[in-house]
Design a protein around this ligand. Sequence first.
Ligand SMILES: O=C(O)/C=C/c1cccc(O)c1O
Ligand SMILES: [Fe+2]
Length: 312
Amino acid sequence: MPQALLCMSHSPLLEHTNPPAEVKAAVEEAFEKARAFVKDFDPDLIINFGPDHYNGFFYDLMPPFCIGYEALGTGDYDSWEGPINVPTSISQDLAEYIISQDIDTAISRKMEVDHGAVQPMEIMYGNLSDKPMIPIFVNSVARPFVKVSRVRKFGQAVGEFFKNSDKKVLFIGSGGLSHDPPVPQIATATEEQRAFLTNGRKPTPEARAARQQRTIDTAIAFAKGEADIMDLNPEWDQAFLEICKSGDVTGFDALNADEMDAAAGHSSHEVRTWVAAYSALKACGDYEVTYEFYKPIKEYIAGFGVTTAVIK
Ligand SMILES: O=C(O)/C=C/c1cccc(O)c1O
Ligand SMILES: [Fe+2]
């Protein structure tokens, strides 16, 4: 059965800040195009490569990759909260296959996933309880990072597993492109932030609200040119999109974490989810990108991209 791909930026600010009306309309049109693509493809199963922002994964145990056997949404920023429809036996077979290919992965029987992982599914389907979905965590915020070539090989192994599947599979990658939201980094964290990054599960409602308000305030200030975060980098974003369109996923290997921090912001590493998704699709066959949307949107703190692709 065929495979297809949807990669898109996410932002928890979609419902919390107000870009100019024409920008909002353009994003809504991109979502509508993506919805039409997904509806037309009508997958049986979603493989969802998503990051986390210290809602599900912390420094008490931070794997580079984790396959969810069972999962639930954390509900941060009013995102999906509660159980997700994960086909456990397929997740198990996938993990077994991946380790048989000499690629290591963690697994979780209770994986907690945040806005970054669930937003595309919410936008496509409105919920995470109907369509079967295997959540795959790709560490995109917490150093140390594995090389991008490793992410490509991981994605390739996932794709190989589904290449001859009897199910129609949609690979989703969620995140990026250039952006630098105010998520603390371990290297520069205060003692309090360090404690949170290591052991911040189940924040109090007050702590969660304060974190979210800080991000909203930063986005509003960023749009006014007043925030102390790195600028978006449309040129870097376009170069990344060119690699996606080239069909040569080894082109991702040249991405380097230090250079990404410097050029595209500390959350640009979320493109690792795209690298995994495109590499998974490529393992199923040569592909073509059938739709691309891109806009740098300060109110969302995101170089905002949406792409779809199919096997040629
Ligand atoms: O986790 C947060 O508090 C902020 C997340 C964020 C903000 C803007 C763009 C993104 O991709 C994010 O994940
Ligand atoms: Fe994010």
